[in-house]
Design a protein around this ligand. Structure first.
Ligand code: SAH
Length: 347
């Protein structure tokens, strides 16, 4: 054994090359392996015909594939596919494929469970279990890619279970692998990290020098309400959060997208629309409205379509770019906020 076994999807090409050097293997072999993994998307060493058997055995011992077994697949009437993958310790994580005419978006998880406990989201209900490793995140993307083939995955959003900036290093490791030119090669601009507002993560992300999109789950326009429905706000209040977002936009030249959930009579009100304009106007920001998707543990209700459109129109009239997200996959509980690491699909 040359070192501790490390799961194979957790190493960048330079790291893999260094690992091969320490095993006495030439660098070009590392490049070949990278190609097998991320371009040919092999799921075991057995199929890697360009490697001799002893090398394959050595690789399987030192750089094993992470255990990611497809447990369930649910395909909604609109072709949105929700996968439940089981990991080596029995934890289950979701990945959702959302096809549209022009895009194939994969919504991926960063943690098993979530510790942030937002008062409208299913992911936090069972509490936090653990961080996913870079290899588990990358591996779950590859498993979903194989499953939806020949449909193409063109975009990745870290909007599944968990808080990406609470698992910063593993998420960034996965982002770099998804983005690697010699590998999966998804353009950075087609990758989005969504955060509930973890300021240190936003600050660090601003210094990465990559063009990955930042999305922030805002959901309330004042501290009184945000404290109530998003406990993270008590630690990172609105003013400081928006300050960090503005600094991010300034430092990177990139627009920040704010997700805003529309809950009847709570966040979908005229006062909130006015406040939202006040917060967003005049800097590199835009708003994406998400009508609340029902989760059985909460009493909230979504607004009517008319109320949602009216809210959108008010924000737009205020001079802020504002889109209204269409509902996808809700019949298999694959919509935003309906993901949880459970076997059942009830909401
Ligand atoms: N923790 C990160 C990543 C999860 S993204 C974050 O909070 O951004 C999932 C998105 O769906 C977030 O914007 C989240 O607030 C939103 N969401 C959660 N529950 C929802 C629900 N019931 N209906 C609609 N959107 C919801």
């Amino acid at each position: 054994m040359t070192g501790h076994p490390v799961d194979i999807y957790s190493l960048s090409l330079p790291e893999l090359t260094a690992r091969f050097a320490s095993m006495g293997e030439p660098a070009f072999r590392a490049k070949q392996l990278f190609d097998w993994l991320y371009v040919k998307r092999a799921s075991s060493y057995d199929v890697m015909s360009s490697f001799a058997r002893p090398l394959r055995d050595k690789l399987a011992a030192e750089l094993p594939f992470p255990a990611i077994v497809e447990h369930t697949r649910n395909v909604a009437a609109d072709a949105t596919a929700k996968f439940l993958f089981e990991l080596k310790d029995g934890q289950r994580i979701e990945v959702v494929f959302i096809p549209t005419a022009k895009r194939g978006t994969l919504c991926v998880s960063s943690q098993a469970g979530c510790k942030f406990g937002c008062g409208f989201c299913a992911s936090g209900i069972g509490g936090f279990v653990r961080n996913l490793t870079t290899g588990e995140i990358t591996g779950s993307v590859l498993s979903a890619m194989r499953a939806v083939h020949p449909k193409k995955v063109t975009h990745i959003v870290f909007m599944g279970t968990g808080e990406p900036f609470d698992n910063y290093d593993h998420v960034l490791g996965a982002v770099r692998l998804l983005n690697a030119k010699e590998g999966i090669n998804i353009a950075a601009r087609r990758i989005t990290i969504s955060t509930c507002g973890v300021i240190p993560g936003i600050e660090r992300f601003a210094t990465e020098g990559i063009q990955v999109e930042l999305s922030v789950s805002l959901h309330a326009t004042n501290d009184l309400l945000r404290d109530r429905i998003m406990p993270v706000n008590r630690k990172y209040p609105l003013k400081e959060l928006l300050g960090a977002c503005r600094r991010f936009a300034k430092a990177t030249g990139r627009q920040v997208t704010f997700e805003y959930i529309l809950i009847k009579d709570l966040t979908c009100t005229k006062d909130a629309a006015r406040e939202l304009v006040g917060l967003m106007k005049g800097w590199l920001s835009k708003v994406n409205l998400i009508p609340y998707n029902p989760v059985k543990e909460f009493v909230h209700r979504p607004p009517t379509m008319n109320e949602a459109r009216e809210f959108q129109a008010m924000v737009e009239r205020g001079g802020v770019v504002c889109t209204l997200r269409s509902l996808r996959g809700d019949d298999v509980s694959a919509a935003c906020g309906q993901l949880r690491n459970s076997l059942k699909n009830e909401t």
